[in-house]
Each structure stands twice: as structure tokens, then as C-alpha cells.
Design a binder for this molecule. Structure first.
Ligand SMILES: NC(=O)C1=CN([C@@H]2O[C@H](COP(=O)(O)OP(=O)(O)OC[C@H]3O[C@@H](n4cnc5c(N)ncnc54)[C@H](O)[C@@H]3O)[C@@H](O)[C@H]2O)C=CC1
Ligand SMILES: O=C(O)[C@@H]1CCC=N1
Length: 269
């Protein structure tokens, strides 16, 4: 892209997105800007990716076309209180802060600044992210087009109504961590029944990848695929019975529900 993109907040998620968009060659490093109150962090990302350093958030806003707000939800108000009025209608503000609504963001901006609220996830780092977005009141098809172009370069992107953004945060925004825990637990479980750690981990990871790809590629209901693994009176049904007893399904329902509620809480209203 010939435009410039800048990240206010150069933490974990900004780094995942920067890596993804550079890998996808959507932006060259001389068109990617970062600003952060942590100077060590800024320098480390600059050395690693050759991205441009803005001295502060005000400077960053002056330099770029697309501003990605990638700070914790609790500092959004303070930052936009300082730079919000500087943002021009030809620019676009993309916020990835969990819970923070487009209305809350727009309060600090001129009425005609296009705002997009997004919820990406960390696999964007390797081009396998899942992002949902919703448009603010001044965001048009043009904003939608730009967001799709940028975020489809790092994975899947879908548009949802704003009242579903907290649910997205509870599912795909937070979800990678649930899956990492499952992989870790499966690997531990393999060690528990006698497998060497390296073998257990390799098998756990590949099982997860293979199963995920099967669901995606065959486009079958997961229950149908589960049936294919399950021989009558066999090992798999014995394992599944334990998962039902110990409540894997309800644990996941509960995790997504609580994370969704937390996303709402983070907007601080
Ligand atoms: N980590 C994840 O998987 C995801 C995070 N998010 C959202 O992304 C945002 C950032 O999350 P993380 O990257 O995990 O957090 P992080 O803590 O790694 O990064 C936040 C960065 O913001 C910087 N910062 C704080 N105050 C600042 C200021 N006044 N000006 C400039 N920079 C400032 C911090 O120094 C830090 O480097 C959050 O709002 C979170 O809800 C969204 C999707 C996924
Ligand atoms: O844990 C968090 O608050 C952020 C939002 C989604 C994923 N990580």
C-alpha cells in the first residue's frame, strides 16, 4: 500500500500485526510507524523490523493515514483526549482495544473522522489471524475496503454488528489462549500415560492442526467428524465419556461467557 500506517502502543498485539503485514508485504517497513511510552520497546521493534519511530503519539498522528490504537482499554480515553482533535477526516482510526465502543472513541474526534473497531487475534503474526470489525458512524465503504485489505493480509476477516464485538472478544480474541492451554494439557496427559515430552507435544500439536484443517476443509459438522474417529466400544468413546463427565463443553461455554462479560466491563461504563 502507498499509504502509511501507525501503531499507538507497540505491545504484543501491535507486534503480531506488524509482523503479519510486513510478511504479507502489504506495507513496507518505511511506511509503518510506532509510538509507545516504553522507549526500550520502541527501539527493540525498530531494530527487529526496521519500522519508523514516532517521538510521541502526536507526531505519529501527523505522519500516517491509518492510526491503529493498540493500547490497553483503560488508557484509550487519556490518549484520545490528547490527540483526538488532531485526527483529520482523510485519516482513519482503527481501534483494537477490547470493549471500547465506536461511540466512546468518537466522543474525542471530529464528527467526520472514520472509526473502525476491530478485534483481531495473535495468530495474525503468522497470517492465520481471525478478525471481526464494526464500522463507526462516519466510516463508509471506503473504510470497510481498507480494513478488509489490511486485515485479510493476516488471516480471516468478518464484519459484525457492534453489539457482537464483546462476544467476538470472548471467542476468537481470547480463544488462542484457550487452545494453547488445551495443547499443553494434551501434552501433559500424554506424558502422564508414558510418552516422552517431545513426542507428546509433537503429537498434541499435529492432532490439533489436523483436526482443525479437517473441520475447515471438509466443511462437515464437527460431530460428524467426531463420529468417524469413534469405533463402537473403542478407545475414543471412552475418552469422550470422560470429557463429558468432567465438563469440557461447559468449561468452554463458561470461558467464552466470562471473557465476553469482561470485555464489556473493560469499557468502564
Ligand atoms: N493480546 C491480544 O491477544 C489482543 C489484544 N487486543 C487489544 O490490544 C490492545 C493491546 O493489547 P496488548 O498488545 O496485549 O497489550 P500490551 O500491554 O502488550 O501493549 C500495550 C502497549 O501500549 C503502550 N502504552 C501504554 N500507554 C501508552 C501511551 N500513553 N502512549 C503510547 N503507548 C502506550 C505500553 O507501553 C505497551 O507497550 C488492548 O486494548 C487489547 O484489548 C486485541 C486483540 C487481541
Ligand atoms: O486479554 C485481553 O484483554 C486481550 C483482548 C483479547 C485478547 N487479549
Amino acid at each position: 500500500m502507498v499509504e502509511k500506517i501507525g501503531f499507538i502502543g507497540a505491545g504484543s498485539m501491535a507486534e503480531a500485526l506488524i509482523t503479519g503485514i510486513l510478511e504479507a508485504e502489504l506495507f513496507s517497513a518505511d511506511r509503518v510507524y510506532i509510538s509507545d511510552i516504553n522507549q526500550e520497546r520502541v527501539e527493540s521493534l525498530h531494530n527487529k523490523y526496521q519500522v519508523q519511530i514516532a517521538n510521541n503519539n502526536q507526531e505519529l498522528v501527523k505522519q500516517v493515514d491509518y492510526i491503529v490504537l493498540a493500547v490497553k482499554p483503560r488508557v484509550v480515553k487519556k490518549i484520545l483526549g490528547r490527540v483526538g482533535q488532531q485526527i483529520r477526516p482523510y485519516q482513519k482510526l482503527f481501534s483494537i482495544a477490547a470493549g471500547v465502543t465506536t461511540k466512546q472513541l468518537e466522543k474525542h474526534l471530529s464528527t467526520d473522522v472514520p472509526v473502525v473497531r476491530l478485534m483481531p487475534n495473535t495468530p495474525a503474526l503468522i497470517g492465520s489471524g481471525a478478525t471481526a470489525y464494526t464500522l463507526g458512524q462516519a466510516a463508509t465503504e471506503d473504510a470497510s475496503r481498507v480494513v478488509k485489505e489490511i486485515f485479510s493480509s493476516v488471516g480471516l476477516i468478518v464484519e459484525v454488528k457492534e453489539d457482537l464485538m464483546d462476544a467476538v472478544t470472548g471467542l476468537s480474541g481470547s480463544g488462542p489462549a484457550y487452545i494453547y492451554m488445551i495443547v499443553e494439557a494434551l501434552s501433559d496427559a500424554g506424558v502422564n500415560v508414558g510418552l516422552p515430552r517431545k513426542v507428546a507435544s509433537k503429537l498434541a500439536i499435529q492432532t490439533l492442526l489436523g483436526a482443525g484443517e479437517m473441520v475447515q476443509e471438509l466443511e462437515k459438522h464437527p460431530a460428524q467428524l467426531k463420529d468417524l474417529v469413534t469405533s463402537p466400544g473403542g478407545t475414543t468413546i471412552t475418552g469422550l465419556k470422560e470429557l463429558e463427565k468432567t465438563g469440557l463443553r461447559s468449561s468452554l461455554y463458561q470461558a467464552v461467557e466470562s471473557a465476553t462479560a469482561k470485555s464489556k466491563e473493560l469499557r468502564g461504563e
